[in-house]
Design a protein around this ligand. Structure first.
Ligand SMILES: Cc1cc2nc3c(=O)[nH]c(=O)nc-3n(C[C@H](O)[C@H](O)[C@H](O)COP(=O)(O)OP(=O)(O)OC[C@H]3O[C@@H](n4cnc5c(N)ncnc54)[C@H](O)[C@@H]3O)c2cc1C
Length: 444
């Protein structure tokens, strides 16, 4: 079997390794443009990323660490609500649920993470290189170089060429540039998908951010083993520390509320710096309606992008490429699994969108139009969604949210633990809950 992948950003390279790991005798060719660069961001990961690299891509963890030099990420420090709070990758609320007497109410202010090793490391800026737990901060350039090296070691072939023509028969692609033929074609070509003809389902009415101002700063203080996410006037700012002496920063904002120049000025004023070397990264939030049609599968930014908040893209690439490589491996004569793959993928992306929406709707900033508009945008939450069910339960009850898991399966990458951490952080007190319940009832 032969598979052609178009694009060698992190989506193309990780998909190649996933296919190679799952279907060892498959012949893989990566075609990448001589001119078009990769997007070059994608530096923060979820907590399960390091085990995914080993378990799903068959990587050697030590070799990865030596070459990519990541910083351990224990979670996200949110300056996003009333108080700063930590969303750690430690399952602290799960421990609480299982170890203490039930029911455990969530009536506490701010949250007590005293029993969380991850939070202690975050507070003390310690163990930035303790790689056996947590996620990673990775330098995108080092990561791409390393992925390429591993691909080459495993016999995956590369060609530098621009795809300028796509020859089709019905839903199937027959060839690219009239010469590249294959059984499957994987589209990893970035925000403007080259091969897929599927319609785009936009999230822009729900998640309004569409640009990021990316810049690097020198890391002068101790490395922070966590991502910082801070609200700005019309969006939020990330800071991700790297072991190579700099931090990656990005102001993610909506062009409906602020111009590029104003965004730059706001950053300069807030951080008291002059931005000499920054770049604007435009993006669109949403997903394709179908991710696998005929012999064409889309992965990475060409397939869908939710928001940089929560750093979910690399995880999504791994999760979805794992699923479709299994289907390719075992076959799907009736096309039923492909339909299921398309449905599951839609739910997967939509769940991430809804989870992220909570972060924007329920923090306490009301001082700009951007934030007051976001509060009302809670009406974008569908009553049938898992996120609505969890939120409704959290606002109305005084038992641990984990109880829901006794009744329901959660097909959602964040789990009850993730929801509970965010909701406790954003909505810590009974008074907050009452206020937000009113907003929820008024808007949905
Ligand atoms: C502001 C921002 C912040 C982000 N932060 C994070 C984060 O912290 N964590 C995270 O997990 N994700 C993050 N992401 C997402 C991350 O960028 C992507 O998941 C990841 O880099 C995958 O990109 P890609 O490979 O799909 O596309 P790209 O990197 O754009 O690669 C596209 C490839 O297609 C090739 N190509 C394009 N056209 C042609 C052609 N005609 N012929 C041949 N080849 C072609 C290009 O040469 C390139 O190799 C962020 C995204 C944005 C916009």
């Amino acid at each position: 079997m032969k598979i052609i992948i178009v694009g060698s950003g992190s989506a193309g390279l990780m998909t190649a390794l996933m296919l190679n790991n799952n279907i060892p005798d498959v012949e893989i060719l990566i075609i990448r443009s001589k001119f078009k660069k990769i997007i070059g961001v994608g530096e923060s990961t979820v907590g399960t990323f390091n085990t995914m690299l080993v378990d799903l891509l068959g990587m050697d963890k030590n070799d990865f660490i030596i070459n990519v030099k990541p910083v351990t990420k224990y979670g996200i420090s949110f300056e996003f609500g009333k108080d700063e709070f930590h969303y750690t990758f430690d399952t602290v609320f799960d421990y609480e649920f299982y170890n203490e007497k039930l029911p455990i109410g969530f009536k506490f202010n701010g949250g007590n993470y005293g029993n969380s090793e991850f939070s202690t490391n975050m507070i003390n800026n310690s163990n930035a290189y303790k790689y056996n737990s947590g996620g990673y901060h990775i330098d995108n350039g080092l990561f791409i170089d390393y992925l390429e090296k591993i691909c080459q070691k495993r016999g995956i072939k590369f060609i530098n060429d621009d795809i300028i023509s796509v020859e089709r028969e019905g839903d199937n692609i027959v060839s690219l540039n009239e010469k590249y033929v294959s059984d499957y074609f994987i589209d990893c070509s970035g925000f403007k998908p080259l091969l897929s003809k599927s319609k785009f389902y936009s999230y822009e009415d729900v998640l309004v951010n569409d640009r990021a101002l990316f810049f690097r700063t020198k890391t002068t203080d101790t490395l922070k083993p966590y991502t910082q996410a801070t609200t700005m006037n019309c969006g939020w700012l990330w800071r991700i520390d790297h072991s190579t002496g700099f931090s990656g920063n990005g102001y993610v904002y909506s062009s409906k509320y602020i111009t590029d120049e104003e965004a730059k000025k706001e950053v300069e004023q807030k951080l008291k710096i002059k931005l000499e070397d920054s770049r604007i990264i435009p993006f669109k939030t949403g997903r394709l309606e179908k991710h696998w049609v005929g012999n064409v599968i889309t992965v990475g930014n060409s397939d869908g992008f939710v928001e940089p908040l929560e750093a979910t893209s690399l995880m999504t690439i791994l999760q979805l490429s794992k699923d479709f490589s299994q289907i390719i491996k075992y076959g799907d004569n009736k096309g039923d699994l492909i339909n299921r793959y398309n449905d599951f993928t839609n739910i997967y992306y939509d769940n991430i969108r809804d989870f992220i929406l909570l972060h924007f709707c329920f923090n306490k900033r009301k001082d700009t139009k951007y934030w007051s508009d976001y509060r009302k945008r809670v009406n974008k939450l569908n009553r049938d969604s898992q996120t609505y069910e969890i939120l409704d339960h959290y606002l109305n009850n005084d038992v641990h949210i984990k109880y829901l898991s006794q009744i329901n399966e959660l097909s959602n990458p964040f789990g009850y633990e993730g929801y509970f951490s965010i909701l406790r952080g954003l909505i810590p007190t009974d008074d907050d809950r009452k206020e937000l319940l009113t907003i929820l009832n008024d808007n949905i």
